[in-house]
Write a protein that binds this ligand. Structure first.
Ligand code: B12
Length: 429
């Protein structure tokens, strides 16, 4: 059997390669390879592709190639450019000349509001591979299955259970198919001709249940992979691809720190640079955590604070501000600098008052950290999604384009765009 796996381009106001790889899709690729399927792979977001001249920063991140395009009608009033990020269609067409016709086409999907990229690829596949079955999966397919049904794929796979997917594929293909769990598989990184970082996920799920986050819906159970396995995977990959930058994709990387992350790190004997683009939960920090992270080579620390007034943002990882101060103190003592530490603050939470954001920024200015705005947007299957539906009856939130974090917070503020512009400016300074 032959499968053609495609990661679509991104349509958005902004996008940046902050260690962004379709990690789950690479597991799907491995699943097929383990079943002796031939896999062809095309990632529209591979900015290290020879057709692109993209610079990388010290840690392997960088800008995607982008083209300004016309906005969808519902974005008409948004005073920002709308773009298509990723490799050009011609590069894709050139690639498909080099492959055999596939038996199946598999498409992944990222953010729900990136579906126009999925639509583009379905249309391309229908043109170049008429009659070939297309299977769509990923985050968008899982969070907006009814909408995804309208994209023109033949099958929409909902969720993350690869055993279920194996069973479905066995039926569809009419062939034997050995199922595997995600934790039995290593992502098929070798499908990339060139890599300058890798991403890893050592666990699924999150023990907390924040009202704005769909993690508990997507991954209801917390499962941590065996530390020995994880350490081996990271060590082997970095050796094989000569890589030093590793980004963690875990929702709760510090959960059960002693048994999990500490064990993984203690088994890695290469000098690597670790990054946590997802916010680390303050409540799981203790005085030794900062030293452990520093000694193991962490270079990017992101903390989830949300607000200096935790009661205003209703999340379950709420901690009081004193805990934040302690964590900052521990990080500084461990020799982390202002450049290493980014603190996420929530902007645009339903009913959030502008004054509260300004106050958070004012207070954080006194700490050695960079302020990172986490712009709120409603995500299906979260309780705040329904809260927003009631608050903003003019917005059709079932339309995923309205779930975009680049535009959603403005609905919450008087002087909408101007206020957002001002706080972005303040944070930059
Ligand atoms: C890691 C992560 C990030 C990373 C990098 C993500 C990336 N690749 O770009 C960082 C920190 C940068 C990030 C940022 C953001 N993220 Co984020 N992120 C995640 C997280 C924790 C894991 C995603 C992931 O890669 N998982 C790893 C793999 C194993 O899972 P997977 O990709 O889903 O693949 C599985 C299945 O989907 C399936 N599959 C995948 N493809 C295919 C294809 C086929 C054909 C099939 C059959 C199956 C299949 O198989 C896999 C195996 O189980 C999820 C939460 C979650 N628990 O999923 C949120 C999540 C996706 N992020 C979310 C949000 C809101 C954001 C931000 C907007 C936050 C903000 N306010 O700034 C930003 C925007 C990022 C951007 N690129 O513009 C939301 C989604 C929102 C939406 N509307 O879609 C989620 C769901 C979290 C939440 N709050 O609910 N994120």
């Amino acid at each position: 059997m032959k499968a053609f796996l495609i990661n679509p381009p991104v349509y958005d106001f902004s996008a940046y390669d902050l260690w962004m790889k379709p990690l789950g899709f690479l597991l799907v690729a491995r699943l097929l390879l383990k079943n002796n399927w031939k896999v062809y792979y095309f990632d529209f977001m591979d900015r290290l592709h020879p057709s692109v001249r993209s610079q990388s920063n010290l840690f392997g991140c960088g800008k995607f190639p982008a083209k300004i395009i016309e906005k969808p009608e519902c974005y008409a009033a948004v005073p920002r450019y709308y773009k298509r990020f990723g490799l050009a269609e011609e590069v894709f067409v050139e690639y498909i000349k080099s492959i055999d016709p596939p038996d199946f086409i598999l498409l992944s999907s990222g953010m729900t509001y990136w579906y126009p990229g999925v639509k583009e690829v379905v249309q391309l596949c229908r043109r170049y591979f008429p009659g070939k079955p297309i299977v769509l999966g990923g985050i968008y397919a899982s969070l907006c299955p009814q909408h995804a049904e309208k994209m023109g794929a033949d099958f929409v796979f909902v969720g993350k259970d690869l055993v279920k997917f194996s069973q479905a594929l066995a039926k569809l293909s009419g062939s034997q198919f050995q199922p595997y769990h995600w934790y039995e598989l290593e992502p098929a990184w070798e499908l990339y001709p060139k890599l300058n970082y890798i991403c890893v996920r050592t666990s699924t799920g999150c023990p907390l249940c924040c009202r704005y986050c769909a993690s508990h819906y997507l991954e209801p159970a917390v499962y941590q992979r065996k530390p020995e396995k994880m350490a081996e995977e990271i060590t082997n990959l970095c050796e094989r691809f000569d890589i030093v930058d590793v980004a963690f994709y875990d929702d709760a990387l510090l959960f059960r720190l002693e048994q999990h992350l500490a064990q993984i790190l203690s088994r890695i004997h290469r000098k690597l640079r670790f990054h946590s683009p997802n916010g680390l939960h303050l409540r799981f920090f203790n005085p030794e955590t900062a030293f452990l992270l520093k000694e193991s080579g962490f270079r990017t620390i992101r903390l989830s604070l949300e607000s200096v007034k935790p009661e205003t943002v209703d999340s379950s990882h709420k901690v009081d501000f004193q805990k934040f101060e302690k964590v900052m103190d521990w990080l500084v003592k461990a020799n982390f600098s202002k450049e290493d530490i980014g603190v996420y603050i929530m902007v645009g939470w339903p009913d959030q008052r502008p004054a509260e954001i300004l106050e958070t920024i004012r207070i954080l200015k006194g700490y050695p950290c960079r302020i990172k705005l986490a712009e709120y947007s409603p995500i299906p299957f979260t309780s705040t999604f329904h809260m927003c539906e009631a608050l903003y009856p003019d917005l059709n939130l079932e339309e995923p384009l309205f779930q975009n974090n680049s535009i959603f917070p403005v609905w919450n503020f008087p002087g909408k765009w101007e206020f957002i512009r001002q706080i972005k400016e303040m944070v930059k300074k």
